[in-house]
Design a binder for this molecule. Structure first.
Ligand SMILES: C[S@@+](CC[C@H](N)C(=O)[O-])C[C@H]1O[C@@H](n2cnc3c(N)ncnc32)[C@H](O)[C@@H]1O
Length: 375
């Protein structure tokens, strides 16, 4: 049964309908392509095809820049160039704003930022098979290791670890004794962070773009593009009081170092907040759940920066933030589905501007910044 792809949707799925009108999502298939699935699985309420032949190719399709593409689970959207990836992700974000946020007028979209796939990734999570002494990512769609000795998306120093192996195996051995293995996979997981001069795969703190960072605390993994996002957030910050919620290691709070602004950094993970205090010593730093902290705020706030995990904001925090009457809300999002839901709930605000930063070329992950203004 051949399927025509109608458009690309979140998760890098090509949306199609079969002869009975049922929706079939085809992994990484592009708009206009005709595909013949080899197998269709039912997942929750939808039919999904991961494995298929392409009968008619999109002119946008290119040969993947990795010999393991399709087998290794590290990447799932290497079928287009970096430039096309960024613009397709912008289309997905626009679609989500219309469908989920029910935005009457789409905001101004600034041109998306993108950079090369080659060696971009400065953070990853290795899976280590201690019996076979193998390191890699998980195979696509499975919990089985795909051993690697090289990955084109990773930085040179992280690739050197894959070749050398021994230091990572030693750390995995230590971690297995302390924490055991991941119960689902049976592998030890080792987070890795590359930085300005060295790589860390223990809980040793290093610097990246001058920030104190640690593999166990979130930090963006595309150090080529991160400065452009930081400038965008800074340029769009107004007023004297800035609330940086979900502040991580103080990535945004640090932008206001040395100026007159009063900055609050709120992060629930104490380890990340202790790095934040080093990165942004001028900020008033709080180890707290964002909602609990927000309920206690009594002073005027001019700009609120929120950068929540993929699930988006806890719904009860939205009316609390809205009650501050801040002039601007800067919403940094790694999932435009949850962001669209949240944006629709900020009553009294209008979404004025949006910009895609394609931090994860080769994968379906998106990163966007939305600027909301008080009406
Ligand atoms: C996507 S990261 C963003 C970090 C930082 N803004 C950056 O760009 O590097 C989200 C952060 O929110 C923190 N977090 C998750 N849930 C939280 C909550 N309920 N309250 C406060 N922080 C939370 C996580 O620990 C993580 O550091």
């Amino acid at each position: 049964m051949a399927l025509r792809i109608e458009r690309l949707i979140s998760g890098a799925y090509g949306l199609s309908h079969d002869a009975q009108g049922r929706t079939v999502l085809v992994k990484s298939a592009l708009e206009g392509e005709l595909v013949e699935p080899k197998r269709i699985e039912r997942r929750a309420n939808v039919l999904v095809a991961e494995d298929y032949d392409i009968l008619e190719k999109s002119p946008l399709r290119i040969s993947p820049a990795c010999p393991y593409y399709g087998e290794c689970g590290g990447c799932d959207f290497l079928s287009v160039s970096e430039k096309v990836s960024a613009s397709l992700k912008e289309e997905i974000v626009r679609e989500n704003l219309v469908r989920i946020a029910k935005t009457e007028h789409l905001p101004e979209f600034l041109p998306p930022s993108y950079a090369s796939f080659a060696s971009y990734r400065s953070r990853c999570r290795f899976h280590v098979d201690m019996k076979r002494k193998e390191i890699g990512f998980l195979r696509r769609g499975s919990n089985i290791l795909f051993p690697l000795d090289h990955c084109p998306s990773l930085t040179g120093r992280i690739n050197a670890l894959l070749l050398e192996k021994e230091p990572v195996l030693k750390e995995a051995q230590r971690k297995r004794i302390l924490e055991g293995v991941n119960r689902k996979t049976g592998y030890v997981e080792i987070p890795v962070q590359d930085g300005d001069e060295e790589v860390s795969f223990t809980d040793r703190t290093i610097t990246a773009l001058g920030y104190h960072v640690n593999p166990y605390c979130f930090f963006q993994s595309n150090l080529t593009l991160l400065p452009s996002m930081l400038s965008f957030v800074k340029e769009n910050t107004v007023g004297n009081v800035v609330m940086d919620l979900y502040s991580g290691v103080g990535t945004f709070s640090r932008l206001f170092e040395g100026d007159e602004r009063k900055v609050y950094a709120v992060e629930k993970n104490p380890r990340c907040l202790s790095l934040s205090k080093k990165n942004a010593p001028h900020a008033l730093s709080f180890t707290s759940d964002a909602l609990l902290f927000s309920k206690k705020v009594r002073e005027r706030v001019d700009t609120v920066i929120v950068d929540p995990p993929r699930v988006g904001l806890a719904p009860p925090i939205i009316p609390v933030i809205t009650s501050w009457n801040a002039e601007r809300i800067i919403y940094v999002s790694c999932d435009s589905v949850s962001a669209s839901r949240d944006i629709s709930l900020f009553k009294g605000y209008e979404l004025r501007m949006a910009k895609i930063f394609d931090f994860y070329p080769g994968s379906f992950h998106e990163e966007s910044v939305f600027i909301l203004e008080k009406i």
